[in-house]
Structures are given as C-alpha cells and as structure tokens.
Design a binder for this molecule. Structure first.
Ligand code: DGY
Length: 361
C-alpha cells in the first residue's frame, strides 16, 4: 500500500495518506458532483489495512489513513477524529468520552476487531453513535492460534527450536530418551473458559485431539460435546486451561493468584483473548515456582509488552505479539467487514455488526 500502483497519494498533511477525493483533471466534474449530491464524508482510518478494503472505501468517501506502523498518538487521533464523520479504528486506539465530546460530526465508529474494550460503548450510545465490530470472521484463525500456543507450550516447541539452533543437539545427544519431554494432549482434560464462538472452536479442536473437554461460560449455555462445570471446578480438573471470555470489569484478573493456586499442579494455561484477564505477576510466580508446567500468551495487560515485564524472565512461557487473527485471509475479511460497517453508518443504515445496537434501540 502506498507504492506506485496504490490508490494512496500524499494528503494535505505530510504524514497522512489520502484515499478518495478527485484527481486534479477531474476537478470540474467533481465540483459538479459535489453540488449535486453534497460533499463526500470525511473518514479517518487509524492504520493501513491489508487487502483491498480501503480501496473500496476510497471510492465512496474522502479518507485519511494514518501511515505509521504504530497507532496515532492520542493528540493525532483527537485532531483527525474531530474533523471526521466516520472513524475506522483498531483495538490500540482508545475511544473515550473526552474524545467523543470533541467529535460533534461523528456518525459512526467502526473497529477492525471483535473486541470492543478500547471503546466506551456507553459514551458512544449516549451520543447516538453506532459502533461496528468484526465478529465471526476471525473465529477459526484465533482458535488455531490458541491451539498452537497450547501445543507449543505443552510440547516445548520454542525451547526445542532454540536447543537445535544454539548447538545443544550434539552427537552424544543424537536421540536422548529424556530430552525435552512435554505433556500429551491426547487423553488429557481441556478446560475452556468462555464458550462463545472462539471458545467453541477451541473445544472442537480439543475433541479432535482426543481430549475430554470441560467448559464454563457466564451464560451457562450448553454446548454439544462440552461438559458444563463451574469455574472453580474447571480450574481444579483441567490439565489445560484456555481463556476465551471478553475483558469486562467482572473478568479483569479472572486468573489471579487464587485461581492459579486452584489449578492442577503441572497444568498449562493459554490466553489468546485479552491480557487483562490474567494477573501477570501472579502467573510469572506460578511458572517460576513450578506450580504451572507452562503457559502460552498472545495478549498482555499492556501491549506491546513492557521490557521489564516479569513474563520475559518467566520459564516455560511461549509469547506471541497479539497475532490471534493474523492470517492473510482473516485480516482482509476483518478489514472488509469494518468498511461495510463504516459505510452503513455513514449512510445511516443499520450496521451489519453493531456492538451497541441494543443501547441505540
Ligand atoms: C480482536 O479482533 O479483538 C482480536 O484481539 C484481534 O486479533
């Protein structure tokens, strides 16, 4: 994107990319069109997105796209959102009440994520602003990653890779019966915390691997092939625990020192949902003390992970940088859905996926 074949061209701000708007030679035609149908809405997109969705957006709106690898600063976000009728954001952009107070023209917020904990939904609803999100399209991809972490942590794959690369695999250890022993998934018990679409997809993978699958979900909704249990019973019985609940005040630090102490000695914990679900200091202690055999984390309380996080020094821990939905096809589908939501909101149509539909009535 932004290369010679891209529709992106430098915008009026030296740092933003602009898509949409008329090329110079089309100015007269464009003026006539604007007089007929009114100006195209202004949209701020807080990151370049994979796939062709932004090109499609550029055909309908005047969009400014933040060109950096990272998120725009809060000041930059405020400045651009203030001038926009549509905001297409990511989970790294905090959309709160003070920001919305400045955005008098905003008609729609569309986040390219299934999680909406970075957006004050109540504040958006109070201002009549629909919030679009991207459920459904990232379910299987995120479940693959969670299961990948489970396998990597239990079979010590990262450690094994390091062992080979760093020259540990010497002729005298060409096949060592005690080398890098891990834990079997087959025959073990998987506890799935949260049985929404992603939790259910992880449960199916567990069943495919010959695991007994227990599940706890706040709604107590039954799921075929999953034995429903209370949260404490799940922690006490599961050899592997995988988290799939949303981050909310009642789930923050769900896995704290007490919960970790309840887990089976030698259990493995995986979190590909939201960082705030796990007390990271307590998890580092549990890994250091050998209470847990291993863990795999894709999400963290502060992202990117602080360089002085105790997790970086904890043993038997596989870390990935929030890549649950990071497949080529899924990220393109998320971007498409985010653009669909945005265009619907700009045209005052119901959003295909609206996180605050109930509150808007
Ligand atoms: C989301 O969309 O909320 C995910 O965390 C991104 O992978």
């Amino acid at each position: 994107m932004g290369g010679p074949n891209s529709p992106l061209k430098s915008g009026d701000s030296p740092r933003l990319l602009q898509i949409g708007g008329a090329p110079r030679s089309a100015c007269v035609t464009e003026r006539a069109r604007r007089a007929r149908v009114g100006p195209r809405p202004n949209v701020f997109v807080t990151r370049r997105l994979p796939g062709g969705a932004l090109e499609r957006l550029g055909e309908r709106v005047d969009a400014k796209v933040w060109p950096g690898e990272g998120a725009p600063s809060p000041e930059e976000l405020r400045r651009e959102a203030r001038r926009s009728q549509g905001l297409l954001c990511l989970l790294t952009d905090r959309i709160d009440s003070p920001l919305l107070d400045r955005c008098r023209d905003l008609r729609v917020i569309s986040t390219c994520s299934v999680g909406v904990d970075h957006i004050d939904l109540a504040a958006a609803s109070a201002r009549g602003i629909p919030v679009g999100y991207t459920p459904g399209v990232l379910v299987e991809t995120t479940a693959d990653l969670a299961f990948g972490l489970l396998l990597a942590a239990s079979r010590r794959l990262v450690e094994a890779d390091r062992f080979v690369r760093e020259g540990g695999w010497t002729p005298d250890r060409s096949w060592d019966p005690g080398l890098l022993l891990g834990r079997d998934l087959w025959g073990a018990t998987l506890g799935v915390v949260g049985l929404g679409a992603i939790g259910q997809a992880v449960a199916r993978r567990g069943q495919g691997f010959g695991m007994r699958v227990l599940g706890w979900t706040p709604s107590r909704r039954p799921v075929p092939g999953v034995e429903p249990v209370e949260f404490a019973a799940l922690l006490e019985a599961a050899d592997f625990v995988s988290l799939h609940v949303a981050l909310a005040p009642e789930t923050r630090n769900l896995i704290d020192a007490r919960a970790l102490a309840r887990m089976r000695p030698g259990a493995v914990l995986v979190n590909a949902a939201r960082g705030g679900l796990v007390d990271e200091e307590a998890l580092a202690d549990a890994l250091r003390g050998g209470r847990l055999a291993a863990a795999g984390l894709d999400v963290f309380a502060h992202e990117p992970l602080d360089r002085d996080s105790p997790l970086l020094r904890a043993p038997n821990l596989v870390l990935t940088p929030h890549i649950g939905s990071a497949s080529v096809a899924t990220r393109a589908r998320m971007a498409d859905l985010a653009v669909d939501n945005l265009l619907a909101g700009l045209e005052r149509r119901p959003l295909p996926h609206c996180a605050n539909a109930a509150a808007l009535g």
